[in-house]
Design a protein around this ligand. Structure first.
Ligand code: ASP
Length: 345
């Protein structure tokens, strides 16, 4: 007998849970218990829905590792009782949160769908309704009593993406997200369609393990023509710094000037992990392809391949939190762990 899926909505904050005060024009958080009043269509979905909120819903610009742990704990505590989860989150940092949650939840076998909206749920032209209703439908989608999705995804404006492949690309279009290096794994139109070969298949059938230690002693260093020695030197000598996301040009290229390479080399020697990620929205780092990245490869810089900066930050905080021995760190970072990057088979 097929049982009705149980879905848990986790409200963390953001525009999707706001209503406009038409007198003042200001946005304020709305009481999420009144969700069904605003979107009565939800009653027609073939699933049972419960909701829970962070005690203080936040604009996602205020997201931080402590909140990430809270979200992961809500999922952990409710994992057995629910078949799928929909996380409502502000769009500004949704790709960061969804990426980090994908690393924190090891052996995930249920759908976690992140969504949000550009306009508040109480706005006349809101995109919140469609995003929310379809996200719930996706989380409740089953095939032979098994969830269709068993990874962390992000659904926005008719597209379902692997969350740790997404970036926010637009502050006003309804189509606010894209996934430059991995195709959408689902699309909603007249029908809700999944591209089954693209869905992540967990490599393990072990029980869920929630990894809660995140180390945020990291920095993103975006290089630009004219960057000075003083800037690079100051950044690399930040107290307690453990990891650097080095945003380079094109396929992973950087200045070949001696001072630059020597500073990176010294930082690596001091135990700082440096990950090469491209500044380009799409494409991959290929160290050694140009003369301008040969040295980076030689001094032991980690290749981020086609990972996004958002996902690289998440992976770095997660792996640093796991206290991986220095010798193994590079090869583990360069291994695909949750479908976050393309690696040669
Ligand atoms: N500033 C809001 C947030 O990220 C924007 C949104 O919800 O889309 O929380």
């Amino acid at each position: 007998m097929t049982k009705t899926p149980n879905i848990l909505l986790i409200y963390t904050g953001g525009t999707i849970g706001m209503v406009k005060d038409y007198k003042t024009g200001a946005l304020r958080t709305f009481n999420f218990d009144k969700l069904l009043k605003h979107i009565p269509e939800i009653n027609h979905l073939k699933c049972t829905i419960s909701s829970v909120s962070l005690s203080e819903p936040i604009d996602s610009s205020n997201m931080n590792p402590d909140n990430w742990v809270l979200i992961a704990e809500i999922i952990e505590e409710n994992y057995e009782a629910y078949d799928g989860f929909v996380v409502l989150h502000g769009s500004d940092t949704m790709s960061y949160t969804a990426s980090v949650i994908s690393f924190m939840l090891e052996n995930l076998s249920k759908p976690i769908i992140f969504t949000g909206s550009q306009l508040p749920i109480g706005d006349l032209r809101t995109d919140a309704k469609e995003n929310l209703i379809t996200s719930i439908e996706i989380a409740a989608s089953q095939d032979k009593n098994k969830p269709v999705i068993s990874e962390v995804c992000l659904y926005f404006e008719y597209k379902l993406y692997r969350a740790n492949r997404t970036i926010k690309i637009n502050a006003e279009h309804f189509e606010a997200f894209t996934s430059p290096n991995y195709p959408a794994i689902g699309e909603s139109g007249v029908h809700l369609k999944f591209n089954k070969q693209l869905i992540y298949k967990s490599k393990s059938s072990k029980p869920l393990k929630v990894r809660k230690k995140l180390d945020n002693n990291i920095v993103v260093l975006k290089i630009f023509p004219g960057i000075t020695k003083l800037v690079v030197e100051s950044i690399l000598s930040i107290k307690n710094l453990k990891g650097v996301i080095l945003e380079t040009y094109g396929s992973g290229n950087a200045p070949t000037e001696k001072w630059f390479v020597n500073l990176l080399k010294a930082a690596i020697k001091n135990g700082i992990h440096i990950v090469n990620v491209t500044q380009c929205a799409g494409g991959s780092v290929i160290m050694g392809q140009y003369e301008t990245s040969v040295e980076l490869e030689k001094i032991g810089i980690i290749s981020g391949n086609d990972i996004t900066t958002e996902s690289a930050i998440a992976k770095l905080m997660y792996l640093l939190g796991e206290n991986i021995p220095k010798k193994k760190f590079k090869s583990i970072f360069e291994t695909e762990l949750r479908g976050e990057m393309t690696t040669a088979e």
